[in-house]
Design a protein around this ligand. Structure first.
Ligand SMILES: *Cc1c(COP(=O)(O)O)cnc(C)c1O
Length: 365
């Protein structure tokens, strides 16, 4: 019999179950032999990305034999100009998932605690467990973060608190005043990660902007990504703003070339096309209304969301509905693993895709 290799893994890793991504279109094509499939399962941008990205990538193709700039200077400079923050506060990641990993690797060890909310992003517990630290899940309030309860959960052992704003998969958000109070009550030696992966989709003015907290609260790390509104999920680029000393620490555990050469160029071009971001946001706001109204017309409800996705309450088990939708060529996301067995998460698509989803849902129910 072979050696028990699982038992050789570190204790945290032995207990991990891998992240479950949305089903790829090609996989469903292979399984069912159908075509004309739409995927509303991974919060990808239905408009694709800015056409400027293609030009930027073209111009990088002749340099594929060279290592990328390990410091990502062109992108850091572009982010620094755009946000008016110093380069010394910026960390680049292979997606913002990489940023979350760097935080875990640099600041958490066995015996430490990290706090996150029930129904919050599945990557937080993965990052925490992988390094053998202890994850503390604080029960949600109305599907979202209960910040007063999260502040109360802080102990001597707490090193990191993760807050997704808006949250994935629920789409819930925290308001400025609650976040202000929360940050005032958290000790300065506890890092607070504000994960703003969907920040560009928020279409209300009075929404907390993580960057505005950095001066008052040097323990805040703001994490953002090019995967969602910028439509570059396939290239993997994310970034963080944090105090220069935190940035220095993250830089020590970073792979030397963690963002590839094409991704660096593409992200700079994407950042410069804010019209594309505005179009994406407008399409999303309209699609959110379309799906909300369509779902309500079927007698179902949704959890109000500020992301580019929506959780629909089916009032029955979600998995069979998910599977029936697959047979209609519509891929959405089950959220049973998030403790939401009666819900499905739908990414907002184009008006046509949203209609396809609504007709498929109607047929299935
Ligand atoms: C999608 C997502 C991310 C990061 O995705 P990357 O592609 O790794 O940048 C981070 N946080 C939340 C809450 C997300 O939904």
């Amino acid at each position: 019999m072979a050696c028990d290799f699982i038992a050789l893994a570190s204790p945290g890793v032995q207990k991990l179950s891998p992240y479950q991504p949305g089903k790829p279109i090609e996989e469903l094509e292979r399984e069912l032999g159908i075509s004309d499939i739409i995927k509303l399962a991974s919060n990808e941008n239905p408009l694709g990305c800015s056409p400027r990205v293609f030009t930027a990538i073209d111009s990088g193709l002749s340099e594929l034999a060279l290592y990328p700039d390990g410091n990502g200077f062109i992108l850091k400079q572009a982010l620094s100009d755009f946000y008016h923050r110093p380069i010394a506060e910026i960390t680049l990641g292979n997606g913002s998932n990489d940023i979350l990993e760097l935080i875990g690797r640099a600041f958490l060890q066995p015996g430490d605690e990290a706090i996150y909310a029930q129904h919050s992003f599945a990557v937080y517990p993965l990052v925490v467990q992988a390094v053998g630290a202890t994850g503390i899940t604080v029960p949600a309030r109305n599907w979202g973060h209960d910040l007063p309860a999260m502040a109360k959960a802080v102990t001597e052992k707490t090193r990191v608190i993760f807050i997704a704003n808006p949250n994935n998969p629920t789409g819930t958000w925290v308001e400025k005043d609650e976040l202000d109070l929360f940050l005032k009550s958290v000790p300065e030696n506890v890092l607070v990660v504000l994960d703003e992966a969907y920040g560009e989709y928020v279409d209300v003015d009075d929404f907390p902007d993580g960057l505005e907290y950095l001066a008052r609260h040097p323990n805040v790390i703001v994490s953002r990504t090019f995967s969602k509104a910028y439509g570059l999920a396939g290239l993997r680029v994310g970034y963080a703003f944090a105090h220069p000393d935190i940035t220095n620490v993250l830089n020590r555990v970073r792979q030397p070339f963690n963002v590839n050469a094409l991704a660096l160029r593409a992200a700079v071009a994407a950042l410069q096309d804010q019209d594309f971001v505005a179009r994406s946001r407008a399409l999303n706001t309209a699609g959110m209304r379309q799906i909300t109204e369509g779902v309500q017309a079927l007698g179902l409800s949704v959890i109000p969301s500020r992301g580019n996705f929506l959780c629909v309450h089916l009032k029955r088990a979600g998995l069979p509905v998910y599977e029936a939708l697959l047979r209609q060529g519509v891929i959405v996301r089950p959220v049973t693993n998030y403790g939401m067995p009666e819900y499905l998460r739908i990414t907002i698509g184009t008006p046509d895709e949203n209609n396809r989803f609504l007709s498929a849902l109607k047929a299935v129910l």
